[in-house]
Write a protein that binds this ligand. Structure first.
Ligand SMILES: [Fe+2]
Length: 287
């Protein structure tokens, strides 16, 4: 699941609203009608009822990156399951301004921690039932009106190594990232700036599945890997209730089976079919 954009946004001090947040605050006035916490509660309840082994939350938990938003986000994250069973990757709204970063790490750090226990290192790796969950950070503070992301050279190099090492261990590799990680994956000003480098890393090392949020739509894309294509699946926002049916709150449910040396992935979408409705099975996602 992704992009809950938790509300309401706590009142900000005037000094906190300077610069980018001032524009963002105006945007929130519009956004608060889109992201509905009752819809989100239905999504979370339905997800919990499926009894998943692990929950992947690919970012934009908050809106303006205000200090008071992060404890609220941490409290909500605890409703998704045990910390060891829930993984988080930051989005552009979580890393909204430079001042957001320490609060992000302090409050959401437990969900971004690898099995080694290191804090604030990306990508982090958590191994569960033979699956390596690889959490990438594309959250980068940007100029006003921009919603771009970037991994950076250092993280990209470590990402390549991580994919190689986890493959060598015979693990299934599931990559979690907020932004759609290919060139043209988002409208201008909203994309992953080093998507070209990401594509090259996948072409060289592959991955079994890549999941992302950010675009608030279910989408399926395939990136070339060294042994066939790699499915890249985008998910709806977990809280959206606007006018268009494609943009309603939802999440994806993955079932992973190992058959010999291959990993079988089955994906289904669940979510609202109409605003104010109940969460239903929206069908199989062809990956
Ligand atoms: Fe986003």
């Amino acid at each position: 699941m992704s992009d809950p954009h938790l509300g309401p946004v706590p009142r900000a001090r005037f000094s906190e609203l300077m610069s980018k947040r001032l524009i963002g605050n105006l945007e929130w006035v519009r956004r608060k009608h889109i992201h509905n916490m009752d819809a989100l509660a239905k999504i979370v309840a339905d997800m919990r009822a499926q009894n998943p082994d692990h929950v992947m939350m690919t970012g934009d938990a908050v809106n303006l990156g205000l200090p008071d938003e992060f404890p609220q986000a941490a409290a909500w994250m605890r409703t998704l399951g045990d910390v060891k069973d829930v993984s988080f990757t930051p989005g552009n709204h979580d890393a909204y301004v430079k001042e957001s970063l320490p609060h992000l790490q302090t409050h959401l750090g437990p969900w971004m921690q690898g099995d080694g226990g290191e804090a604030g290192v990306f990508p982090y790796v958590r191994v569960r039932h033979g699956v390596a969950l690889i959490g990438v950070s594309s959250g980068l503070p940007t100029a006003p009106t921009l919603a771009t992301g970037r991994m950076g050279k250092q993280q990209m190099a470590f990402f390549a190594k991580t994919l190689a090492l986890t493959r060598a261990r015979g693990l299934m590799r599931v990559v979690m990232i907020h932004h759609a990680p290919w060139r043209g994956g988002a409208t201008p000003g909203r994309g992953l700036r080093d998507a070209g480098a990401f594509e090259k890393v996948i072409a060289a090392h592959g991955a079994e599945l890549i999941v992302h949020g950010h675009n608030h739509r279910t989408s399926v894309k395939h990136l070339p890997g060294p042994a066939g294509t790699v499915p890249v699946v985008g998910v709806r926002s977990a809280s959206a209730v606007p006018g268009t049916s494609r943009h309603l709150a939802g999440y994806h449910l993955y079932r992973i089976d190992r058959i010999g040396t291959t990993w079988m992935i089955e994906a289904r979408a669940r979510g609202l079919a109409e605003a104010g409705g109940e969460v239903i099975d929206l069908g199989k996602i062809e990956i």
